[in-house]
Design a protein around this ligand. Sequence first.
Ligand code: ZN
Length: 310
Amino acid sequence: MENYEKSYPKMLPFNRECDHDLVGAYISVLLSRYSFLEQVYVGESIRGRELYCVRLGRADAQPVLYVGAHHGMERITSSLLLRFINEYCESMAEGVRMYGVGMDYIFSERCIYVLPMLNPDGVELSLRGASEESPLYERLLRMNGGDDFTHWQANERGVDLNHNYAAGFTEYKALEKEDGIINGPTKYSGEYPESEPETSALCRLIRTVSPEMILTLHTQGEEIFYTSGGTCPKISHRIGRVMSDMTGYRLAEPEGSAAYGGLTDWFVAEYGKPSFTIECGKGKNPLPPDDFFNIYARLRELFFRAPILF
Ligand SMILES: [Zn+2]
């Protein structure tokens, strides 16, 4: 831990790729530094990597959930959430106001659960390729059609976690069949909803804490999606417009296969509460770590103020 304290000072090393080790190390430094920060046990990935999650705010306050890195090559979203956790803690400790709102108010009125990396195995694959130590090594190479995993999005079983929720699952299965999509780098929805340990753990957390709102970070496109099958709770329109003003991101509605089985689809359909899929940054996935600072600057206000928009 002392080593991490030295090597990960106040600022996240945002000019490097984010992986599961960095998430764990960074969160443990913050936990040792800030007594009000709470770690929440959510579960593990298929390869046994912990799905790190922290709670910012009073446990009895209105819950909100932020989730990053459903997709392997979108790990820059984990860096964004780690930086937010860090800034939240610093601001709270200093007792300052953020965007005109006192941190003590945010802390006592909202309880923000932040899960920076839902798919650590997919991140590892996209960053470093398949490991011969994986029991799925041969299968991974077959599913991927080669050893270049740069554009791998799914989890280690070749299931795209953001198509693995119980929303339009049957309809999506038909599309999948038409397009010949099977286990692989992207878009395969799995055998049944929540079949994967990552999605099943996240849904368990959601059923336990009942968030009032969810933000899910993906890359890229500078867009905010807020509907599912063309519908959403009324309040989503208003919150979406404010978020769009804050960030300059375009409000958008999903098309084609993007409209099925996602976390936002499921949460909106199941709970009738606002949920937003935020496509961070612009460029070609995987976005380079050098893009981190500009993306964070655009989203910073949203991270702090989104919870008090409802
Ligand atoms: Zn994504």
